[in-house]
Design a protein around this ligand. Structure first.
Ligand code: ADP
Ligand code: MG
Length: 232
């Protein structure tokens, strides 16, 4: 229901990019755990939401015109007090207005600071011949520099998801290394299947990018998400 409403509103507004808040609501409805993420349209609201969620929090610019939020100075993490939230709000607005002068900025998203985990990326792209394809990889340098990612054509079964995780070069990092906790592979497999099921059931989506997902020994959580709609 939420998903249908968000998609039709975006279509009505003639936009192809969903905000992080919209993307996480949709993925949440598909059963995928995301950090709770609340829109604040003013500095005062950002403070009150932060106090409700509990410190530390993260503030991120919320704008349909800014998809790469860090690049525009639009992300401030680990904010521990009202004063820090107020300063972060001002800094984000100033920086984003300078970086993207014409951007329509609706406010900031406020979310709890997630405990660090193994950084994973998951997503969906459309291949010209194969149609929707699900992607899995390790985050950070592994995807940016090493392009260490695995792909599978939708629909995926759990065994496909397990194979993908076994296919990446850095797979040992999922077992835990240098005292880091191992990643909950069961949960990650389930998320890949949920992503595949969602894509299969929902026409009109061009691309999904969950980057990063934090994996823990007991679960995993989407920290940032982006959804692009197809041309009608
Ligand atoms: P971008 O649009 O630049 O990709 P992200 O939302 O991914 O913005 O934020 C940039 C980085 O900030 C993330 O890669 C992650 O390391 C950190 N981050 C973002 N949100 C959170 C959060 N809720 N908890 C902890 N770290 C976060
Ligand atoms: Mg990101």
């Amino acid at each position: 229901m939420i998903t249908a409403e968000i998609l039709s509103r975006a279509r009505q507004e003639n936009r192809k990019v969903l905000t992080e808040i919209e993307a996480k609501e949709i993925l949440g409805e598909a059963g995928i755990t995301c950090t709770s993420t609340v829109l604040a349209t003013s500095k005062e609201k950002a403070v009150s939401v932060s106090e409700e969620l509990g410190y530390p929090v993260v503030l991120k610019v919320s704008s349909v015109d800014i998809t790469h939020k860090s690049d525009s100075g639009g992300v401030k993490v680990n904010l521990k007090s009202r004063v820090e939230v107020e300063a972060a709000y001002d800094a984000i607005m100033a920086s984003c207005r300078a970086y993207a002068p014409g951007a329509d900025i609706e406010g900031v998203s406020v979310q709890p600071m997630a405990r660090p985990g193994t950084e994973i990326i998951m997503g969906m792209i459309r291949d010209k011949s194969f149609g929707p394809v699900v992607m899995f990889g390790l985050g950070g340098v592994f995807v940016e520099v090493l392009k260490d990612v695995a792909f599978r054509i939708v629909p995926l079964e759990k065994s496909d998801a397990a194979d993908m995780m076994d296919e990446i070069q850095g797979k040992k990092l999922l077992e835990g290394y240098r005292g880091k906790e191992p990643a909950d592979k069961e949960r990650l497999q389930k998320m890949l299947v949920q992503l595949s099921d969602f894509v299969n059931a929902t026409p009109g989506i061009e691309e999904i990018d969950m980057n990063p997902v934090f994996a823990y020994s007991d679960g995993a959580m989407v920290v940032d998400a982006r959804i692009i709609l197809s041309e009608e």
